[in-house]
Design a protein around this ligand. Structure first.
Ligand code: PNS
Length: 162
């Protein structure tokens, strides 16, 4: 049986991510969620440690996902997969824009180490959810509690108002 890695910047983790992790867990049984840097998104909100803390707390609170491992990795996804012992990467795809980006990453990663990427479709009712807009709305005091797990909602609510 394969070990699946769900990598992401998780800045912050949201309900769409949790759905993808749950799908990976159903498909592969053994899942490692790895919080990473996205070099194309340097101006994030939370640091790596806080993002990982939110991932850990959110997964612990989820029914049936408490045994999913959580790691951080500062480098390449292919090296993270090797480091955590994963032989497949699982990515959620929300729309064709995601698909274009993810397809290129999957093929590039495969060409580098041979690691395979499996795409899972995001739940339709969550397919509009993005960390970027959650960050933007929360920083201006808007309501995003319905889009994120409780540990994230608490931290977003504690942000200083803009
Ligand atoms: O949640 P995100 O921001 O969509 O996650 C993207 C992430 C972190 C998985 C991606 O940026 C990544 O793989 N970063 C590590 C750097 C890397 O491996 N780059 C080569 C990509 S082909």
């Amino acid at each position: 049986m394969s070990v699946a890695m769900c990598p992401g910047s998780f800045d912050p983790i949201h309900l769409g991510h949790l759905d993808v992790i749950r799908q990976a867990h159903e498909l592969f049984g053994s899942v490692v969620v790895v919080t990473m840097y996205n070099p194309t998104k340097p101006s994030g909100l939370f640091g790596l440690d806080e993002r990982q803390a939110m991932v850990t707390e959110s997964l612990a609170a989820e029914q049936g996902l408490g045994n999913v491992r959580v790691e951080t990795f500062p480098g390449l996804a292919v090296d993270a997969a090797r480091a955590v012992g994963a032989d497949v990467i699982v990515k959620g795809v929300r729309n064709v824009t995601d698909f274009d980006v993810e397809m290129q990453m999957a093929l590039t990663n495969h060409s580098v180490t041979g690691v395979r990427t499996v795409f899972v479709p995001c739940r339709p009712d969550l397919s509009f959810v993005s960390s970027r807009f959650i960050r933007e709305i929360a920083q201006y005091g808007g309501a995003v509690h319905h889009l994120v797990p409780a540990p994230v909602s608490r931290r977003l609510a504690a942000l200083p108002p803009r």
